[in-house]
Design a binder for this molecule. Structure first.
Ligand SMILES: *[C@@H]1O[C@H](CO)[C@@H](O)[C@H](O)[C@H]1NC(C)=O
Ligand SMILES: *[C@@H]1O[C@H](CO)[C@@H](O)[C@H](O)[C@H]1NC(C)=O
Length: 460
């Protein structure tokens, strides 16, 4: 997903029969994605709490890795630290009163390594001061970063309250270690993967149904109709999403095409007109469930009546191949430990040396749609991304490989942008990034039966 994010919280309230009838071949060779039903809410809570416990257990090790003795997080109801959401229980819907967490790297005297308070009296500070006095941490991390959301979630007023609460004598032990919040939120414990794969399969299945003749009536359905169809579909499956799905008609304009400075970054949904035969269409689509978010971009082509796969303009097939190649380039440059900016530079150099024009703008995903971790380019920053691009790429994370390649399509006599977005996870067994579900290697096709007297226009 690119551009402004609208965070949408949906009431889960309806159910429609969701068997996806497949009308075309799968876009990932040999696969036919199916909608995956979610377990009951109660079962979901159990899963979530299990994953949270696994993640919490990582904290002492993280503190030692970054050389910090203690980590203090404090917040009030509705003014939560960004990290709060990664630590909460499934049945907690927000912080309550003042919610304070203290984590210790190496507690002495057999003391616990984690403490939590939900308090509205001085008790939290009295007890906290007692623990600090016994444990004597030399450094206490606070989430006060000015640029990184995942390490900057301590509210300004709460910082005042913390300083007042623990007393001035601890103030000079406060430190900022941005990687604590980043790595805790970014780390995807292994047990999450099977559900992430199911969610990704569901996202693919919704896109495949949306980009088919079941949903699109050429000459009638507009791009916005399909976007709202997707929203309703998500809701009918009891999933939610983290951004408004977008459907574009790829004309060579209307997407951030390098050759079209007038293309608006703020209105990714333009143009909203009926989808016509011969259109190349694109979607940016994600689903949310179980504290996870997916992010996918696929492309489809609207065949003229009676046409078959063999009639897809070759230039469009070549365009998809080109962007597939760019995906491979970026994926192979994503070396754990390198910074996003180093990966960007290596990828752009390789892209140019292979004669590909395009843009690269990849981000961590999973816990949040745009999750914690380094970024590899942004649509407006192709040399380097300040601050975020300087963080190292972490293992055990999920990434969204998001990019586009430009390709001259002779059948349309114009350069068209071919965007793709596909999520990967770090696989320890192979020491490499793997597609969460697959990647698009064939255009989705919208087919219509032959109509007497109607033929595809002669190509240029
Ligand atoms: C959606 O939730 C309702 C209410 O809990 C449930 O009856 C229905 O089976 C769920 N639908 C899906 C697709 O999981
Ligand atoms: C292709 O486009 C160019 C301008 O971009 C134009 O000069 C040329 O005539 C077009 N060719 C055809 C066959 O339409």
């Amino acid at each position: 997903m690119r551009g402004p994010i609208v965070l949408l919280t949906y009431l889960l309230n309806s159910w429609t029969v969701c068997a996806t009838v497949r009308a075309h071949v799968g876009t990932a060779p040999g696969k036919t994605p199916q909608v995956q039903a979610l377990p009951s809410l109660r079962e979901q809570a159990k899963l979530l709490d299990g994953w949270t416990e696994e993640r919490k257990a990582l904290i002492p090790g993280l503190l030692r890795k970054y050389g910090v003795d203690a980590w203090l997080m404090s917040q009030r109801e509705y003014a939560e630290d960004t990290v709060f959401w990664a630590l909460k229980e499934a049945t907690q819907f927000s912080a309550r009163r003042r919610t304070t967490h203290l984590f210790l790297a190496d507690p002495v005297d057999g003391a616990p390594s984690s403490y939590s308070w939900i308090e509205n009296t001085e008790v939290v500070w009295t007890e906290l001061r007692q623990i600090l006095a016994t444990q004597q941490p030399r450094s206490i991390a606070l989430n006060t970063h000015s640029e990184i959301a995942f390490s900057g979630g301590l509210h300004a007023g709460e910082l005042d309250a913390v300083v007042k609460g623990v007393g001035e004598e601890w103030k000079d032990r406060f430190v900022l270690e941005p990687m604590l919040g980043v790595e805790l939120v970014a780390t995807m414990v292994k047990s999450r993967l099977p559900w992430y794969q199911k969610m990704m399969e569901t996202a693919w299945a919704i896109i495949e149904e949306g980009f088919s003749e079941k949903t699109i009536v050429p000459g009638k359905s507009t791009s916005w109709d399909i976007e709202w169809w997707m929203r309703e579909k998500i809701q009918s499956l009891n999933y939610t999403t983290w951004f408004q799905p977008s459907v574009f008609i790829l004309t060579g304009k209307g997407f951030p095409a390098a050759d079209d400075p007038s293309a608006s970054m703020d209105d990714p949904r333009a143009p909203d007109r009926p989808i016509e035969y011969g259109d190349l269409i694109h979607t940016d689509f994600g689903v949310s469930a179980l504290g996870l978010n997916t992010d996918t971009q696929h492309i489809g082509y609207v065949l003229y009546p009676g046409e078959t796969e063999a009639d897809v303009p070759k230039g469009m097939i070549e365009g998809l191949k080109k962007v597939n190649r760019l995906q491979d380039i970026v994926k192979s440059n994503m070396k754990v430990g390198m910074t996003g900016n180093e990966i960007l530079k290596a990828s752009i150099e390789q892209m140019r040396s292979e004669g590909i024009q395009g843009k690269i703008y990849c981000h961590a995903t999973g816990e949040w749609g745009h999750s914690a971790g380094t970024v590899i380019g942004m649509t407006n920053l192709q040399d380097k991304v300040p601050v975020l691009g300087d963080l190292p790429l972490l293992r055990n994370t999920y990434y969204s490989i998001e990019l586009f390649a430009e390709h001259f399509v002779p059948e349309r006599n114009r350069t068209i942008v071919f965007p793709q977005e596909e999520d990967v996870y770090w696989d320890d067994a192979t020491n490499s990034w793997q597609w969460v579900y697959g990647r698009q290697e064939e255009l989705l096709l919208i087919r219509t039966p032959a109509v007497d007297g109607m033929e595809a226009p002669t190509e240029l």
